[in-house]
Design a protein around this ligand. Sequence first.
Ligand code: NAG
Length: 139
Amino acid sequence: MRLLVLIWGCLVLPGYEALEGPKEISRFEGDTVSLRCTYREELRDHRKYWCRKGGLLFPRCSGTIYAGKEGQETTEGRVSIHDNRQELSLIVTLWNLTLQDAGKYWCGVEKRGPDESLLISLFVFPDVLEGDFHRLGTR
Ligand SMILES: *[C@@H]1O[C@H](CO)[C@@H](O)[C@H](O)[C@H]1NC(C)=O
């Protein structure tokens, strides 16, 4: 039950962070952004994932992408994820951002009991330099 697990993870132990990384990221559409969630050593061999926060009353993961065990990069669509166990870092790359990518995401680490997770807000701004004022006006 990842759903309950995530809720639990958010309520319990406030201020105690097993995962560290950016809380907010702002970019323009079309940009590619790489971010890093670092984790504690004891989580080194645990499975890591990246997902989008969905659900209103009950937060849940959607579009979960798991990092490969051997440290290889996993790519699905415009998201690449890679667990660098030497550096205790989960590295996530979001390619060619679109406005629809804006939202909240989790870096997560599976473990016994509630998963460890870090919530990251992604803001994507229209690229006005592209000269696409037309589309801006209608939004
Ligand atoms: C990002 O956009 C570039 C240029 O349009 C394209 O070559 C590349 O394949 C895209 N990357 C992904 C992961 O979609």
